[in-house]
Design a protein around this ligand. Structure first.
Ligand SMILES: [Zn+2]
Length: 312
């Protein structure tokens, strides 16, 4: 954990400079037209709020938060940086209630901030996971309760999640309507290199999918009491679900279906940038700061449908 009394967490100007250094390592870039260097000048003087730049290229003005999930917020930038750090650090995340208390802002503001930061954490890379000689573990789990669906011993009343974990690497999770062989195969094809070896449990839905993997399909038979023989394991994806479930239960309590994919993005992000892969809390927070760009529109669309915050 970084020093939470550091200037970028307590002072809005210091926060702005810290964010400029992360977003613009080679100097400011106009978010409207891409102009740089001499075409961009800092607007000095009392008439302007600090951090404002003028662009000769498009005659526009901008600051470092334009085009990011922090844009047009009344929350001071140092609180944004602190909230981003808190959500990026640790294993299980930080609830909107904790942010509300720690940052001295309303619960509603804290809730919206946390969801914007989750957007920043979303993995937008299209590079396939795995590859020759690498293992991909796939599994599904169920969480929460669908409103209005009777609780049963089966899983129909719960939300289904499908996760792909690159052994000793990153995780990608997907909220799916229904767990079907077709759906899981489609997600897997779009995210994984078929040169990899697939590792799953004995569920029949993986049989056909597994045949497509050049590295083969290794199956763990849990019903026969097998919990991993050599590298025939699904221990990584089970470990991921264990952190996810403890986090959702302990920190987030209730999570509606509309927001589940964003919570998954948050848990994927921390897992994919975990300490055992050599990523420090500070590096993880910096990575989240780099992700604030270009996600504003996505957020707005989601925001419009969910004007009223609920718990979680
Ligand atoms: Zn411009």
């Amino acid at each position: 954990m970084a020093d939470l009394t550091a200037p970028q967490f307590t002072d809005a100007n210091a926060a702005r400079q810290a964010l400029e250094a992360v977003r613009w390592p080679n100097g400011p870039v106009c978010p409207h037209c891409g102009s740089v260097d001499d075409n961009v000048t800092k607007m000095e003087g009392k008439a302007h709020r600090p951090g404002l730049y003028h662009c000769k290229g498009c005659k526009g003005q901008f600051s470092v938060t334009v085009g990011t999930v922090y844009e047009r917020s009344h929350i001071p930038l140092n609180k944004w940086l602190l909230a981003t750090h808190l959500l990026a650090a640790g294993k299980k995340g930080t609830s909107a209630h904790q942010l509300h208390r720690m940052l001295g802002i309303t619960y509603k503001s804290a809730w919206f901030m946390a969801h914007r930061i989750r957007e920043a954490m979303k993995d937008t890379s299209t590079e396939p996971m795995g590859g020759k000689g690498q293992h991909i573990e796939a599994d599904e789990t169920y969480i929460g309760n669908k409103p209005g669906v009777k609780k049963a011993r089966s899983t129909h009343h719960k939300h289904a999640v499908f996760t792909l974990v690159e052994r000793s690497g990153k995780a990608r999770s997907f909220h799916v309507d229904k767990v079907t062989a077709k759906k899981l195969a489609e997600i897997t094809r779009n995210n994984v290199s078929l040169e990899s070896t697939l590792n799953t449990d004995e569920a029949l839905r993986y049989v056909k999918m597994g045949k497509g993997f050049k590295g083969g399909h290794q199956v763990v038979n849990h019903s026969k009491g097998q919990y991993g023989l050599g590298d025939h394991t699904t221990n990584s994806v089970e470990g991921f679900y264990s952190i996810f479930k403890r986090g959702m239960k302990g920190v987030y309590q209730h999570c509606s279906e509309a927001h589940l994919q964003r919570y998954l993005a948050e848990f994927d992000f921390r897992y994919s940038n975990r300490a055992t892969l050599g990523v420090s809390d500070k590096e993880r927070a910096t990575k989240a700061l780099k992700g604030i760009e270009g996600k504003r529109l996505t957020y707005r669309r989601i925001n419009e449908r969910t004007a009223t915050p609920s718990l979680g």
